[in-house]
Ligand binder design. Structure first.
Ligand SMILES: [Zn+2]
Length: 78
């Protein structure tokens, strides 16, 4: 007898304990009250995609998304 455990995946890439700013899409810890990037208090727990910006000046991805500060950003915020 072989027991096979199956795990269900939601399909969403989601970091538990983090939320995304609806204004600038920065990923912040769940307990943050204001966004360290733009100061917004409008957050969403429904986000997917993740881009980590280390050097915004050299990253064309960051430029195309309008990101100017290093940090973690969501691609999509619902
Ligand atoms: Zn923000």
């Amino acid at each position: 007898m072989i027991n096979v455990s199956r795990r269900r995946f939601t399909g969403k890439r989601h970091l538990s304990g983090y939320k995304a700013c609806r204004n600038c899409k920065m990923i912040v810890p769940d307990d943050a009250e204001t966004c360290p990037n733009c100061g917004s208090t409008d957050f969403s727990n429904e986000w997917n995609g993740l881009i980590i910006v280390i050097d915004a000046d050299k990253s064309c991805m960051a430029k195309s998304l309008g990101l100017s500060k290093p940090g973690m950003y969501a691609i999509n915020v619902v």
